[in-house]
Each structure stands twice: as C-alpha cells, then as structure tokens.
Ligand binder design. Structure first.
Ligand code: ATP
Ligand code: MG
Length: 323
C-alpha cells in the first residue's frame, strides 16, 4: 500500500489519480491542503485547474498518534455506509463518493467547501432548534436504511470505542493524567470510578453496544461529524458505523447537546423530534455515559468549563445513567 499524505510529491498524486481514471488527462493538480482537523486518517483537499475534491486514506494506525494501532478496514466501512445512505433523502447531506480504492484504503469524495464543524456549540453553549431538527431528520433517515446482511461488523473499531467509552474512563488506574487537562479533574473523577452500581449499568450498556442490532448507525454522531455551511448541513466520517441500536446515536447526540447547554430537557426535544421507534430510557443512559467519558476519559472536547461546571454535568450524567 502506498501512503499518500500532504508531503507526497504532486507528480506522484497526479499519476495515481489519472491512472485510476479519477482525473482527466488535461487536469492538473494545483495544490494539496489539509481541509480541517482530524486524528485518525489522512484527509487531503486536492485542488486542480478544474475543481477540488477530498482524498481520505486509512492506515493500520492512528495517523496523529502512530504508535496506536487502528483497524485499516475503517475506510471500507465508511465507503459502504455512504453507498447505502446515498439515496434521495440524504444525498444533499452527505458528500458524493467519487472513487474508492480498496487496495490502497482510500476514498475520493466531493469537497463540501469551507464548512465548519459544529464544535462551536461548546463555546456558544447553544444550538438552534432548526439545526436540531435537521440533525434528527438526517439521523432518522440514516436509521431507516435496511442494513445489508454483509455490512461489516466493524468489531475492531467498536472494541476500540468500547474501551474508551465504557471501560477506561471508569478504571481507577487508567493512567490518564486528568490534572494536566485541568487541576482538580482527577479528584472529581474518583467517586464515579468507585461506584459499583453505576459501573454495573455502564457495563451492561457496553455489552449492548458490542452486540448486533437491526439499525444502521453512524456510530460517531457528535459535533465533529456535523458540518455546516450557511444553511447546509452535512454528516461526515461514518467510520464507526455498524448494525446496532438506534439509542446509541441518539444518546451520543443528546450528550453533546447537554455538554454544550447543560440543559437536560433537550432529551425530550431530541426524542420527540426523532419521532421514530426508540427507548427513551436507553437513550438517556447512553447520553449519561457519553457525558462522563467526555469529561473524565481520554477523548476530550474543546471545552472551557470550571471544575464546578464539570461537577454539575457529571452528577447530572450519573443520574441519567441510574434513571
Ligand atoms: N468531504 C469533505 N469536504 C470538506 N471538508 C472535509 C470533507 N471531509 C472531511 N473534511 C474536513 O477534514 C476534517 C477531517 O475529516 P474526517 O473527520 O473525515 O477525518 P478523520 O481522520 O476521520 O477525523 P477524526 O480523527 O476526527 O475521526 C473534517 O473535520 C473536515 O474539516
Ligand atoms: Mg474519523
């Protein structure tokens, strides 16, 4: 496999893309840029004399932290997910796939333009109801797709996620240096790591996450996967997708809205706007776990919150898990 990245000579990229038939013979690359922040994969914006497009390639490791192994097949999951959801209902909300090379673990897709992801909700501490509506309509459309029986299990990615969502944040000796994130965070995390009843519920939900379900999930439905540009909303990065339970995507989404706004009534809003079959109590538990792991786990968010604010969120989250 050839590793392509921002330092690959333009002539090599040009040769590869032309040979694959993805660029016209009279088309020339004018620049290669990084379109935005990402950790897991190589993502490049390739501009030519005619247009621009995005190249995304997976590696057997996390691109930003190359000592951490990661399943290479995640790009195949992403490709498969996009091909399933590319019907009419969602096509204006996902990038068009222009090419896929299974041997080189890469996809070529439509450049959505200079959008921003929705991480700004953590600093604005709010989200427009209209955006919530769009996000839930898109999610319902994703979930309504029938999952082909040969859709990848994506088990390695799920095991990775399982560790970071349901296990490591709640281990006393997980080695995370929480006080380097914020002084006082380590101490704040301790009661949750000692709470046997809480941990038992988290364990059970983790088992559901690892089992097969009926619904096509995005698998990482949080502000980093939501892109907006003016009135347009796009969903990207479905590499954690699998056939699972709808409350997982819903709960993760709700968690991030609550982290941003501290408003737990959004659970009702989200559940009502989704307007399809799901269990509210399961969604609420998932949301509680996701809030906790984002505060005391390794995958931190761009959050400026005092220790008191984090304590409030953690207590709210504990109640949600135990409700
Ligand atoms: N089709 C696209 N059009 C425009 N920009 C894009 C497109 N796909 C990705 N980007 C930009 O590149 C960034 C990284 O993409 P993506 O999230 O797919 O990569 P990743 O390596 O899977 O990231 P992460 O480590 O967060 O999972 C996005 O946040 C976005 O800014
Ligand atoms: Mg990703």
């Amino acid at each position: 496999m050839k590793y392509l990245d921002i330092n690959t000579p333009i002539s090599e990229l040009q040769d590869y893309l032309t040979t694959k038939g993805w660029m016209d013979s009279d088309e020339e690359i004018s620049s290669v840029q990084k379109p935005g922040e990402g950790n897991m994969n190589v993502v490049l914006r390739i501009k030519t004399n005619k247009r621009s497009f995005i190249l995304k390639q997976s590696r057997p490791f996390v691109q930003k932290y190359q000592q951490i192994e990661a399943p290479l097949d995640r790009i195949a999951v992403e490709h498969r997910f996009y091909s399933i959801v590319s019907g009419e209902a969602l096509q204006s909300h996902i990038p068009k796939i222009l090419g896929y090379d299974a041997a080189e673990y890469l996809i070529i897709m439509e450049d959505l333009g200079h959008c921003e992801d929705m991480s700004s909700i953590y600093s604005s501490r709010s989200i427009a109801v209209n955006d919530l509506k769009k996000l839930l309509n898109a999610l319902r459309q994703i979930h309504q797709n029938e999952v082909p029986h040969d859709f990848p299990e994506n088990m390695e990615m799920r095991r990775l996620n399982h560790q970071h969502i349901f296990v490591l944040p709640f281990l006393k000796d997980n080695g995370f240096q929480l006080d380097t994130i914020q002084v006082g965070l380590q101490e704040l995390s301790l009661p949750y790591k000692k709470d046997k009843k809480l941990k038992s519920v988290i364990h059970d939900i983790g088992m559901i996450y690892l089992s097969r379900g009926e619904t096509l999930l995005h698998g990482d439905y949080y502000p980093g996967s939501w892109m907006t540009e003016a009135e347009n909303l796009y969903i990207i990065d479905p590499e954690f997708g699998f056939a699972g339970f709808p409350e997982f995507d819903l709960g993760v989404m709700a968690a991030h809205i609550i982290i941003a706004t501290t408003d737990a009534t959004c659970l009702d809003t989200i559940f009502d706007l989704y307007n399809s079959k799901a269990q509210k109590s399961l969604m609420t538990k998932v949301a509680g776990i996701e809030i906790m792991r984002r505060l005391i786990g390794l995958a931190q968010l761009p959050l400026e919150r005092t220790i008191a604010e984090k304590q409030y969120l953690l207590e709210l989250a504990r109640k949600m898990v135990m409700s």
